[in-house]
Ligand binder design. Structure first.
Ligand code: DGL
Length: 276
């Protein structure tokens, strides 16, 4: 039985990537309580099938609901592409219709209108996000005149999860996928980093892209969209507690998680283990 008391806002990712979203959300909305859940033991999600990503995400969202969350942000593009709709349509009506789960793709797509000048959009994401076609579909809905070109970057998440994002090996894979994108459409003026792990590679991506295109990361956009959501939904806002705390949960070793998470969040933190 899920509690009907107010609770923290849940933030979920397959691993460390969602921390890039959590950081911006906490900067924008510091007064709320948060629970971050990283499914590091089963990462990456990006190479897994639709059914598996849906099942893993569903388990994580339910675990966050059991810990009192009334609102959960899927800070993961792969989960947003492959699981969000099914959870909203199939699971929430059964679990508790007053709870909400939001993703990161729509807030990102909405921002394109004010950024792209020529409508040629490049999307870099996990194989799962790219093969789902979610960005192509959503961009076509919001901006039918835009053209979208996508490239899957299967090596980028493992580089981040294994703390290799600053290594010379990372340069090779950054060059490979960025150049693949420009080879498909040299006129791209805006690139979406459609995976929450990729901001950890931002310096290398920026220097490879140069002044050929603007690069969109998602943290600020998702934080602004959440602030707007809470303003437009006072009934949900009242269900989110305000204590300024953040609890970290991982399906992997909590000390290992805390060590890397600390360097992402630039603050000391402790984590606890969770079994899904
Ligand atoms: N951070 C996740 C995303 O935004 C994906 C990572 C993974 O492949 O598990 O897509």
């Amino acid at each position: 039985m899920l509690s009907s008391a107010p609770g923290p806002i849940g933030v979920f990712d397959s691993g460390y990537g969602g921390l890039t979203i959590l950081k911006e959300i906490r900067e924008r909305l510091p007064e709320y309580d948060y629970i971050y859940l990283g499914d590091n033991a089963r990462n990456p999600y990006g190479t897994r099938s639709f059914d598996v990503v849906y099942e893993f995400t569903r388990q994580a969202v339910h675990a966050l609901f059991e810990r009192g969350c009334r609102l959960v942000i899927l800070a993961c593009n792969t989960a947003s592409a492959k699981a969000l709709r099914s959870i909203q349509q199939k699971d929430l009506p059964v679990w508790d219709d007053s709870r909400r789960v939001l993703g990161v793709i729509i807030p990102t797509v909405e921002a394109l209108g004010s950024i792209s000048k020529n409508g040629n959009i490049g999307v870099l994401g996990t194989p799962g996000t790219i093969s789902s076609g979610t960005y192509d579909i959503e961009i076509a809905k919001f901006f039918p005149q835009f053209r979208t070109v996508s490239v899957a970057c299967p090596m980028w998440v493992p580089l981040v999860e294994n703390k290799e994002y600053d290594s010379p090996g990372a340069d090779y894979f950054v060059e490979k996928y960025v150049e693949q994108l420009f080879a498909e459409e040299p006129d791209i003026d805006t690139i979406i980093l459609g995976c929450t792990h990729y901001p950890l590679l931002i310096d290398k991506i920026r220097s490879r892209v140069g002044d050929r295109a603007s690069i969109i990361t998602q943290g600020e956009l998702v934080a602004a969209s959440l602030a707007d959501y809470l303003r437009r939904h006072p009934e949900m806002d009242q269900k989110c507690t305000r204590g300024g705390t953040c609890t970290y949960l991982t399906t992997e070793n909590p000390d290992k998680f805390a060590e890397l998470a600390q360097s992402f969040m630039q603050t000391s933190l402790t984590a606890s283990h969770i079994t899904l």
